[in-house]
Design a binder for this molecule. Structure first.
Ligand SMILES: [Zn+2]
Length: 132
């Protein structure tokens, strides 16, 4: 949890504005970070293109990009797992389809979040930290 620097209202981590007074919760450095890395964050979610920000190393100086690249890697692992699940006869195809559909939905939610400049953690995935 974080607190508004203007009125002291407690708000959810990752919120861009204070729910009470509307003051931005981000520092100028954070805003610049988001603006500079937004496109790269979206690219990271397009399947194997997650390697692009990893190769450029830009995520190292960007908490915003690091957050999204980390989630994108988790999704990539999820795709691979769903592919393997599909190899199991009968039930595996069903499970693989459910998993890949769930990941697809999460990717869409995450891309929308990246475009909005948010770093709102998804349940479960926030526990997984692949890159540091
Ligand atoms: Zn406030």
């Amino acid at each position: 949890m974080a607190f508004c620097k203007n009125c002291g209202t407690q708000f959810q981590d990752g919120a861009k504005f204070c729910p009470k007074c509307g003051t931005t919760t981000q520092s100028q450095a954070q805003i610049n970070d988001v603006e500079a890395n937004k496109i790269m964050a979206v690219i990271a979610y397009i399947g194997i293109l997650v390697v692009v920000p990893l190769i450029t190393g830009k995520y190292k100086n960007s908490p915003f990009l690091k957050f999204h690249v980390n989630q994108a890697i988790v999704f990539c692992i999820g795709w691979v797992v769903s592919g393997f699940l599909s190899l199991i006869p009968f039930i595996g195809v069903f499970l693989g389809d459910i998993l890949s559909f769930a990941i697809f939905v999460l990717v869409i939610i995450s891309i929308v979040g990246a475009v909005k400049g948010e770093t709102k953690s998804l349940p479960l995935i926030e526990k997984v930290k692949i890159i540091k």
